[in-house]
Design a protein around this ligand. Structure first.
Ligand code: FES
Ligand code: FES
Length: 169
C-alpha cells in the first residue's frame, strides 16, 4: 500500500518586519531569508552564498546583525526584524544610503543591503565609530567591486554630515 507523502509540520511565528506585524506558518526548515524574499515579498535582502560566508543576507534581528540564510524562521517567534526596505524614511534615502551613493560605495549593489544593515547597527551603538570599528563591522561582508575604501569613506561622510543610525536625514 502506498504511504501518503509526509507533511512538514508548520510552526506559527509572529514577526515584526520593519514595524509591520506578520503572522506566518512556516516549515521548520524555512530560513528567514526565504521568508523575507519569497513569503513577504521583500527582495532587498540578497541571496548570496547560502553558506554564511558572504554577508549579503544580513538583516537586523532585535537590532543585531544576523545572517538570514542561516537563521530558521521558526526560531524567531516574537522577533523584530529590520531589512533594507525599512531604512529609507519617507520619500528618500537615509543618510548612510545617500553617503554610499555619493562615495561610490555601491557599484553592482549586490552586497549593499547587507553592508548597510551591519553599518546601521554599528552606528546605532557607536554614533561616531573609528575606522577600525567600521572595518570590523564590515569584515563579514564580501564585496567584489569597491575594495571597501569607498564604504569606509561613506560611513565617515554620513557621520560628518550628522548622520547616524536609521531614519531620514
Ligand atoms: S547568503 Fe547568507 S552569508 Fe551569504
Ligand atoms: S558593490 Fe558589487 S559586490 Fe559590492
Amino acid at each position: 500500500m502506498e504511504r501518503p507523502p509526509p507533511t512538514a509540520s508548520l510552526h506559527r511565528v509572529r514577526l515584526a518586519v520593519n514595524g509591520e506585524e506578520h503572522l506566518l506558518e512556516v516549515p521548520g526548515t524555512r530560513t528567514l531569508l526565504e521568508v523575507l524574499r519569497e513569503d513577504l515579498g521583500l527582495p532587498g535582502t540578497r541571496h548570496g552564498c547560502d553558506l554564511g560566508e558572504c554577508g549579503a543576507c544580513t538583516v537586523l534581528v532585535g537590532g543585531e546583525p544576523t545572517l538570514s540564510c542561516l537563521t530558521l524562521a521558526a526560531t524567531l517567534d516574537g522577533a523584530s526584524i529590520s531589512t533594507v526596505e525599512g531604512l529609507a524614511g519617507g520619500p528618500g534615502l537615509n543618510r548612510l544610503q545617500r553617503a554610499f551613493a555619493e562615495a561610490g560605495a555601491s557599484q553592482c549593489g549586490y552586497c549593499t543591503p547587507g553592508l548597510l544593515m551591519g553599518l546601521e547597527s554599528l552606528l546605532a551603538r557607536v554614533p561616531s565609530p573609528s575606522r577600525e570599528q567600521v572595518r570590523e563591522a564590515i569584515s563579514g561582508n564580501l564585496c567584489r567591486c569597491t575594495g571597501y575604501a569607498a564604504v569606509v569613506r561613506a560611513v565617515e561622510d554620513a557621520v560628518a554630515a550628522g548622520g547616524g543610525a536609521g531614519g531620514e536625514g
